[in-house]
Design a binder for this molecule. Sequence first.
Ligand code: PMP
Length: 383
Amino acid sequence: MERAIYLDYHATTPVDPRVSQEMFPFFQDDFGNAGSLSHGFGEKAAHAIDKSRQIVAKMIGAGSRSDVIFTSGATESNNIALQGVLKVLSKQGKSHVVSSAIEHKSVLDVLACLEDQKLIDVSYLSPDKDGCFKINAIRDALRPDTGLLSFMFVNNEIGIINPIKDIGELSRQHGLVFHCDATQAAGKLPINVDDLGVDLLSISAHKIYGPKGVGALYVRNSCRLEPIIYGGGQERGLRPGTLPVPLIVGLAKAFEVANLEMSAEAVRIRRMRDELLKGLSGGIKDIVVNGSMEQRLYNNLNISFLGVKSDTLMMNLWNDLAVSSGSACTSINWEGSYVLKAMGATSERVNSAIRFGLGRMTTDDEIAKAIPILRAAVAKLRA
Ligand code: PMP
């Protein structure tokens, strides 16, 4: 049986062969511990880490490579950033946070936990019906005790791009710290932390054709974090533990390839995404696109097939098409997308939403096949 067509690139991506090739020597021949500087094995590993750090710093416009710390992924980056900075800010009486109701759970659950501990107070802004935020609404939420803004770059369900530069400017005007979860934007949109006014930026390798289990956190050198885990002092004491050299080499290579191919990939994937939308809206009645098409990243579509439950549709598509109804990280105990709910979508729309994510390995042929598969499945379930 042929494999299903994979259209769930927001959940994860396959490793690009150029990336795995770069990683491979560091599993066997060059296996040294980057902390063992008393011999050549360690030195070689340390050199690879240094080079990778330099690449990642360059890709995000960081002033210095020492502003980049390697983590196990964006969940850990978000935890180290938010818990770390809020431990400091709350002691300075800056314990109010402005964030959004549609952040990833690795932001929302950290904030909720710190709220439970009475360490912070959070204003969660809801987007408009198109999933967008206006800078004035963020400005209006500021208080004298506001210390931190946390807004994602691109939403993982509806692909909406937030006005990060405007938020960064607001943050600078008010002397705040700005954390941005750039997991879905990295490698797809140009990022320059200085231009954007971002102080803390989270990224993950497995969304950009790199390996799972590695990510990075940019920490502006003026931004102080208290550690949340303790150990051997690696990564400026913020992420202690022996560095996973092959994974870090993979993250850097994935980033490098993504930046090199970004503009051509954007054109190709956008064309296929628009083709998919055309094919679905042309052949299926009563569908609604969730979120603004104008503010959306080129690889995303989120569509409600009214009258067809998303889980039933996904079960029907199982052998043919890999899609999802929302974030993979919350798919256990799924009660419908909190992102769509925050946009004020009706429960019918929430319960019938499907997220499509296109990526580097998606082909025109796959899109051409996906359209009739979806048309037939929706028609069958509606009949
Ligand atoms: N933030 C966003 C926006 C994401 O999409 C994800 C992955 N679904 C994460 C954070 C968590 O990333 P990781 O899997 O690397 O922990």
